[in-house]
Design a protein around this ligand. Structure first.
Ligand SMILES: C[S@@+](CC[C@H](N)C(=O)[O-])C[C@H]1O[C@@H](n2cnc3c(N)ncnc32)[C@H](O)[C@@H]1O
Length: 310
């Protein structure tokens, strides 16, 4: 699971996040300085921060070099959850998520789901001529049809307590809407199937508070966002990878859930904080282990609520 820097220089991760993108590896490079970063006049390589490219095409091309490498190391049963959002340029959306998804498809990725992360406490935008954006995407990609997936630990309590069978003499809402009259003497699974004993599928719209603490990192995602992807798509014994790990939120969740994790972070200051964060989760790991055991015994226990600190 990962969240790369977004396009349009939305965040400044400092010169310590500069990298060399694209171009010819054997070129000795003559760089021309531009406000966004430096371009080699010989081979076109870009030296600067990912996300600070002067155009969307270059951003997508650079991001794809990382995602292609992720595809190479991912197991056939593995998943990638990509948190990405769009960027306004000159008053209009650039369409970055669509551009990235199109390239990923060409690269062999299979898009399984588009999860919408609704940021319940999203930052206000000072716009009065359009609605402000309150969501980001969390795209679920897999590599093959034999991907691992088990959402049982993420199930949530159902809205209504549905009984195993209906009173067949009564009309139900669906019958009324399709204008079906007379005796209802059929077993429509929509009407008669009982709730799943472990709760309902949480669906693909997730309402989760942003992590707003103003720490040293400008774009941390909330720990809770990592919980469902981790338990649903990374089996016990599987390894989690975050190629843009920041201060290690994905890795912390992996550790809480007893999965080994690997993080890649270009900025040494953030990498150090990630190490500290990982070192400080031992107490929680113990707590969560107890709770996971408890959940196996008591299916009504809400692990989501625990992770959200409720
Ligand atoms: C959106 S942040 C990820 C934050 C992370 N999800 C967290 O919660 O801490 C993106 C991170 O990617 C890092 N980054 C930028 N370019 C990178 C590169 N070429 N290789 C590795 N990390 C990079 C940035 O320094 C930044 O910390």
């Amino acid at each position: 699971m990962t969240s790369p820097p977004y396009a349009g220089a939305l965040r400044d991760y400092s010169w310590q996040s500069f990298a060399l993108w694209d171009g010819n590896m054997s070129c000795t490079h003559t760089f021309e300085r531009r406000p966004s970063g430096d371009y080699c006049t010989t081979c076109g390589a870009f030296r600067g921060q990912l996300g600070h490219e002067p155009n969307a095409d270059d951003y997508v091309k650079h991001l794809m070099t990382v995602l292609t490498a992720v595809h190479r190391v991912l197991k056939d049963e593995g998943s990638l959850y990509l948190n990405i959002s769009d960027t306004y340029h000159d008053g209009a959306l650039l369409g970055i998520p669509d551009m990235v998804c199109a390239e990923m498809r060409v690269d062999g990725w299979r898009k399984l789901e588009e999860i919408v992360w609704v940021k319940t406490n999203g930052m206000p935008e000072s716009v009065s001529n359009r609605f402000s954006r309150r969501f980001e995407y969390l795209f679920h990609f897999v590599k093959s049809k034999s991907y691992f997936g088990n959402i049982d630990l993420t199930r949530i309590p159902p809205l209504h307590d549905r009984q195993p069978a209906i009173d067949k003499t009564k009309f139900v809402k669906h019958d009324t809407s399709v204008k079906r009259t007379g005796n209802v003497s059929y077993r429509d699974p929509l009407h008669s199937r009982p709730n799943h004993p472990l709760g309902k599928n949480p669906g693909n719209v997730w309402e989760i508070n942003c992590a707003h603490e103003m720490g040293p990192h400008p774009a941390v995602y909330p720990l809770e966002l990592c919980y469902r992807p981790m338990v649903a798509s990374c089996p016990p014994g599987g390894t989690a990878l975050d190629p843009f790990c920041g201060i290690g939120t994905t890795l912390v969740m992996a550790k809480l859930l007893r999965r080994p994790a690997v993080g890649i972070e270009i900025n040494p200051q953030f990498a150090e904080i990630a190490r500290e964060n990982l070192a400080s989760v031992d107490r929680e790991t113990q707590t969560l282990s107890t709770i996971l055991d408890q959940k196996e015994k008591d299916q009504s226990f809400s692990l989501d609520a625990f992770v959200a600190g409720k």
